[in-house]
Design a binder for this molecule. Sequence first.
Ligand code: NAD
Length: 314
Amino acid sequence: KARTVLLATEKAFAAAAVAKIEAVTSAAGYTLKRLENYKSKAELLAAVADADAMIIRSDKVDQAVLDAASKLKIVVRAGAGYDNVDLKACEGKGVVAMNTPGQNANAVAEMVFGMMITSARNNYDGTSGFELVNRSIAFYGFGAVARAVHKLAHGFGMKSFAYDPYIPADKIKEMGATPVDSVAGLFEHQYVSLHVPLTDETKSSINKALLQKMPKGGTLINTARCEVVHDADMIEVLKTRSDFCYLCDVAPDDKEAKDAMKAAVGDKYGKRLIFTAKKMGAQTLEANDNCGVAAASQIVGFFEKGETRFSLKA
Ligand code: NAD
């Protein structure tokens, strides 16, 4: 059956990844329609009208998009976090939503180490820094990205700890990390790395009380979502604890909060505070390819074989 797959990416994939996506869709006899680097919601609403399936990145899929997409059966978020997709609205319209779990985990994990080393070496400013060996890192959430960071941490000779109430403690132990039984327990360790999805439970969950518990040189790493951290509390901790560092791939959307964090650390930018230019954890050739091809393959599997393995629940 002739099907149209809309690739709707406000931030386009690398051209090589798009070619690989198209190879998958055309092998199935589907047409790939591209809406890349679009500037307005109206363009998206127009483009979805004849789409049977949709591949997106951080693009917002809400009720308005679904209402404009009368033929849509499936939307796949090429990536891990799906807080940009209104799952309830999808369910209401009978549209299956999926993500591509694990496909960008290594990309994020390598960047976590890039940020940790930059900070530990004082942003290479000529002064003496410290090594990561024998230091401890604690994971809030122990899914695909956290496990990839853990694997690298093991290679660096670090000790890993993890809090994830959805994974049995024995399984965490089997993977070589020490289970921790509360979020607060994570903050006894020098590095705390956030790898939870943005949910009602995790929103603003990282607050002053937790950050103040961290030992000297306490460092929070955030490659998850900015909303997981309480902005005002972070600003206060950066101001009052001159030893505390925040290494962040997801700077606050709120410009005022972002500027206040920068002002709080003054010239220690790059040591005490890192903000990437935009969310960059998954911005690698490999992750683009992996996520894009997985998304296209999941769409073909869904239509041709009824596969729903990666479908998300509201
Ligand atoms: P994942 O689904 O594999 O892992 C998430 C883990 O969090 C799961 O093991 C889950 O059990 C756990 N969890 C959920 N709620 C929790 C809670 N309240 N307390 C503790 N643990 C909880 O996802 P992932 O691939 O590891 O990605 C994690 C998050 O990182 C994504 O949701 C996304 O927001 C973010 N992410 C960002 C980038 C980036 O480019 N910076 C790339 C990939 C993922």
